[in-house]
Design a protein around this ligand. Structure first.
Ligand code: GLN
Length: 220
């Protein structure tokens, strides 16, 4: 029997150590950065439009989505980031980051917008004020081994999932808390709190596979 050895397709420079941005407007920037760095990625904190240039993936941490939305506009990041995501930038969005990736929101504040990219509807603060914060073990499809210990902090929930979006995590009650479309991964919880890096590993691998890179910004 013979085996075909396919030659690797031309890859984006440095894709073994992809340059991954961490949106650094609020949230656990340090924890996410440490995790992706440990997994072999190079890390860049993203605060300005020019920081997007050359990145091959982006982590959007948790925080407060309505504030993040305002900060993205103030820093001029909203439009270029929206375009980069639409063009194929791999993103791991956690909690408020999931909200930012949703095409539709329930319980948004007046005027709140998202970046979009995932054909889903997300309800903010879905677990009510009684359950401000809790930890849980969540099985995530694509993540090997035992369920991941994660934290839910004023967490959202996915209430509608479009046809091209896969559900990768749900709670015992059926609530959808993780979704994926190719290299766009959104989870309602914080995976960075307990030091288990398996979801970040899944993301870094999908960044390596995507071989996407944000091109130089057009200056008009
Ligand atoms: N409740 C927050 C929001 O609506 C999300 C909370 C979080 O990211 N931990 O943006």
């Amino acid at each position: 029997m013979t085996f075909l050895h396919l030659t690797a397709s031309p890859s984006v420079a440095g894709s073994d150590h992809p340059l991954i941005g961490v949106l650094a407007l609020q949230g656990d920037v340090r924890e996410h950065s440490a995790m992706v760095r440990e997994l072999g990625a190079q890390v860049r904190k993203v605060r300005k439009p020019e920081h997007l240039e050359g990145i091959q993936g982006l982590v959007i941490p948790g925080g407060e989505s309505s504030v993040m939305d305002k900060l993205l506009r103030i820093f001029g990041l909203h439009q270029p980031l929206k375009v980069a995501i639409a063009d194929g930038l791999p993103v791991l969005g956690t909690c408020a980051g999931l909200i930012m990736l949703a095409d539709n929101l329930e319980d948004a504040i007046v005027g709140q917008e998202t970046l979009g990219g995932l054909d889903i509807t997300v309800r903010r603060n879905a677990f009510g004020s009684q359950v401000e914060s809790s930890e849980a073990d969540v099985a995530i499809s694509g993540v090997e081994g035992p369920p991941l210990r994660v934290a839910f902090i004023r967490a959202p929930v996915v209430t509608r999932v479009g046809e091209d979006v896969a559900i990768i995590a749900s709670l015992p009650g059926g609530e959808v808390v993780g979704v994926r479309r190719g290299p766009l991964i959104g989870v309602a919880f914080h995976p960075e709190i307990t030091g288990d890096d398996r979801l970040h590993r899944l993301f870094v691998e999908s960044v390596r596979r995507a071989k996407f890179q944000v091109p130089a910004l057009q200056t008009a």
